[in-house]
Design a protein around this ligand. Structure first.
Ligand SMILES: [Zn+2]
Length: 303
């Protein structure tokens, strides 16, 4: 591993989380910059460059972003949460503003970045084969195989779009009955509403989880059912890849303890033989820092 300064940015819908980390894994500095509401592409670039400068970026920068990347162009093609960023020459523009060589600016999908972060310093530390799931508004996934991030042709690990049993609901991707339509935080919110269960505002599941923690009842039952759907979806990855470890992060993983019994039963249902008992499903350890830490990891290996 080289000794370059590892600076990582995690660009989200409302803020940039960023930090600098020593190759040993020690966090040297971190910060958060709110993104201007309805900011232009130039505003976004400015905020990203500012975050990197404040962290004294030297010669390499890793960036995690929500959306569909064009790795060749160093841009992001589709980014529903930050539309102004679509089509911008992110890699080249940031390289120019920060006086870094363009090939030393690395972009990655945010779920993949989170997977790298968890594998480097989190719950999947040192694992050679693991699926890291980001459970939030949608469901993202990053796949580590043989110790490396596995990209396939660029879209590997998208566990949110495997199909599960459902009622013909159309997913944001255009598919029908994707796992995301049944087990994301958005789906949980909808399912709570369908049963007249408490839910403060759409997407805020705190009331639901609070009630579920009080003991057995409809709220706990619903979260168990959602967990089961999630487990069934995850079992497809287990069957295909013989994974023994799955790590679950993202905002909705705050309900991990309530989802876990269901997840385990979904996996038992979906995976044949004794293997089901050997599969560890754990909660992610780095919380909201996984993305920038993984983004920093992108620039850790010699380029
Ligand atoms: Zn989908």
């Amino acid at each position: 591993m080289n000794k370059r300064r590892q600076v990582g940015l995690d660009v989200g819908g409302t803020a940039i989380k960023a930090g600098r980390i020593h190759p040993s894994g020690e966090i040297e500095a971190q910060l958060q910059i709110p993104l201007p509401k309805n900011g232009s592409g130039q505003d976004l670039l400015e905020s990203m460059a500012e975050a990197a400068s404040r962290l004294h970026v030297q010669d390499a920068l890793g960036i995690g972003l929500p959306g569909l990347l064009n790795r060749q162009a160093g841009s992001i093609e589709i980014c529903p949460n930050i539309a102004a960023i679509e089509g911008l020459a992110l890699r080249d523009e940031l390289a120019r503003r920060l006086s870094i060589r363009p090939e030393n600016v690395r972009l990655e999908n945010d779920a993949n970045a989170a997977a790298l972060g968890e594998q480097w310093l989190g719950a999947a530390r040192g694992s050679s084969d693991v699926l890291v799931v980001t459970l939030g508004t949608g469901i993202g996934g990053g796949l580590i195989l043989g110790g490396e991030l596995f990209l396939g042709q660029g879209l590997a690990g998208e566990i949110g779009h495997v199909k599960v049993r459902g009622k013909g609901r159309i997913c944001g991707c255009g598919g029908i009955d994707c796992l995301e339509t049944q087990a994301s935080a958005t789906a949980a919110s909808r399912r709570a509403r369908e049963r007249n269960l408490p839910e403060a505002v759409p997407g805020d599941l705190e009331l639901l989880t609070q009630e579920a923690r009080l003991g057995p009842g409809p709220a706990a039952e619903l979260l168990c059912e959602i967990g089961r759907d999630l487990g069934l979806g995850l079992s497809t990855a287990v069957c295909l890849l013989d994974l023994r470890q799955i790590v679950i992060g993202g905002g909705f993983s705050a309900a991990f303890d309530l989802l876990k019994p269901g997840i385990d039963s979904g996996i038992r249902e979906g995976v044949w033989g004794e293997r089901a008992g050997d599969i560890r499903v754990e909660r992610a350890a780095l919380g909201a820092d996984a993305g920038w830490i993984g983004a920093a990891r992108l620039v850790a290996s010699p380029l």
